[in-house]
Ligand binder design. Structure first.
Ligand code: TRP
Length: 479
């Protein structure tokens, strides 16, 4: 087959399926298996899950289509793409700013993502070593604390992960990624289903299902909405240009709508299935709190692997697949920056990957230390004003602040701006031309969502963040 190259110097995906695989590889990762259960647990379950699913459908899916379209139309990295598309429609070059914010968000996300992926890799070796056998909650807690509070060890795993990502991205993403994902994604999916089966028999399935799916409206607050929306963007890899970048390598004749639907369906089912695998255990293990935070999965699952027959094998397989899922996501976080450095700044690809990888590695130290030597250095701001306590920040570590500012602020903001751009800045003829495989009614629905619903994301962040800001101004007497 003739290899076609686009401006970024990369070959196009060999087919629509290859693109779907790569984008699914980007979307499915730690966000689904590690983050979704713990954020759902921190936000009390059902109400969060319901809002999350609504955000996926009404905001995530339309923005996924928009991002792919922006990429395919421009065939460029996010910064160059926004500039090109803005000029094409006679708008200001400043729209490239969305791409720049995306690059920053990508750096920040990958910096902590790499540390968590490092934990997964460390757990592969704990599994192989049979260390889960007959482990109880105290043992699992200890194992996690021993790892996460040991800065040297987590630093080593973080380094191994970043080096791996840099090596893969140096070689260009459209080559080997396909084959890897084609096999391993279905394997991960099947394994998760097996884990749901096991956890339904060992754990408390009824309680888990009602926890995840019974909606208690009294639990809805702007915090819950902001977390659910942030999680939707994070899980679908939206708002920073990763999907745009992959869309730049998409063959012209592929249907954007069908493609997006496949990716969103895969990603969302993996998240829900992970929830179904974790929560029956959470309710069956006395002392394990749904709101345990980032350690939840690492504390719940080893006990299962330690109890079942063949648990050493299943556990090793699970953490290996989790690690690979994290790797295919991390690649999509680094690729936009690298592609920009190569095409706009004249860097050689390997050099670009190394330089940006190094900066991300340094940023990652903040997360490494958040769980170890800085674990006491958390920030709590909960002023008592009159007789009311305003909780602004509660035990926030460096890690949680990076997480908040990316997932809950930068990604939804980037997504809302891209939606606004597609809805109001791009010439409608161009948008229609790119989306011409959609039946008219669906096109209208999509355009409506992009123009009217997706930008609301920005409003939600605005209210949430200004709420925090207002409370702070009272606290510090700002006027
Ligand atoms: N979606 C991935 C996950 O769920 C993480 C990720 C990859 C991502 N690329 C991204 C998040 C781009 C935001 C933006 O694990």
């Amino acid at each position: 087959m003739q290899e076609q190259n686009n401006e970024a110097g990369n070959a196009y995906w060999s087919s629509r399926l290859a693109f779907i695989l790569a984008a699914t590889g980007s979307a499915v990762g730690l966000g689904n298996i590690w983050k979704f259960p713990y954020v759902a647990g921190e936000n009390g379950g059902g109400a969060f899950v319901a809002i999350y699913l609504l955000c996926i459908l009404l905001i995530g899916l339309p923005i996924m289509m928009a991002e792919i379209m922006l990429g395919r139309r421009s065939r460029k990295n996010p910064i160059a793409a926004m500039q090109f598309l803005a000029e094409e429609s006679g708008r200001s070059k400043r729209w490239a700013g969305i791409g720049k914010m995306g690059v920053c968000a990508g750096f920040l996300i990958l910096s902590f993502y790499s540390v968590i992926a490092g934990w997964s890799l460390a757990y592969v070796f704990r599994a192989i070593g049979g260390m889960f056998t007959n482990i109880d909650l105290a043992g699992a807690n200890q194992m996690w604390t021993d790892l996460s509070s040991d800065a040297e060890r987590t630093l080593a795993w973080h380094s191994i992960f970043m080096i791996t990502v840099v090596i893969i991205v140096s070689r260009g993403v459209t080559g080997g990624l396909e084959k890897m994902i084609k096999l391993l994604m279905p394997a991960l999916f099947l394994l998760l289903l097996v884990l749901v089966g096991i956890s339904f028999t060992l754990g408390d399935a009824d309680k888990a299902i009602s926890y995840l799916f019974d909606v208690d409206f009294s639990k809805i607050s702007t915090g819950v909405v902001a977390d659910a929306m942030g999680q939707a963007f994070f899980s679908l890899s939206l708002g920073m240009g990763a999907i745009l970048m992959y869309g730049a390598y998409l063959p012209k004749n592929a249907s954007i709508a069908k493609t997006s639907l496949a990716i969103v369906a895969a990603d969302t089912s993996v998240a829900v299935i992970s929830g179904l695998a974790i929560f029956p255990l959470v309710f069956a293990i006395p002392g394990l709190e749904a709101s345990s935070g980032p350690s939840l999965v690492f504390k719940a699952l080893p006990q299962v692997f330690g109890q079942i027959e063949g648990g050493t094998f299943v556990g090793t397989l699970f953490f290996t697949l989790l690690f690979i899922a994290a790797l295919t996501s991390a690649i999509s976080l680094l690729e936009p920056v690298v592609s920009w450095l190569v095409t706009q700044r004249g860097y050689e690809r390997t050099h670009a990957a190394r330089v940006s990888g190094f900066i991300i590695w340094v940023l990652g130290l903040g997360t490494v230390f958040s769980f170890s030597i800085w674990s006491d250095a958390t920030l709590t701001l909960a002023p008592k004003i009159g007789d009311k306590i305003y909780v602004i920040l509660e035990n926030q570590s460096f890690f949680s602040m990076v997480d908040f500012s990316t997932s809950n602020v930068m990604l939804p903001l980037g997504g809302a701006l891209m939606a606004y751009f597609v809805g109001f800045m791009m010439k409608p003829e161009i948008v229609e031309e790119e989306m011409n495989d959609l039946p008219t009614a669906l096109f209208k629905l999509w355009y409506f969502l992009i123009r009217n619903v997706a930008p609301v994301a920005a409003l939600v962040i605005f209210i949430h963040v200004t709420g925090i800001g207002a409370a702070m101004s009272v606290l510090f007497g700002w006027s």
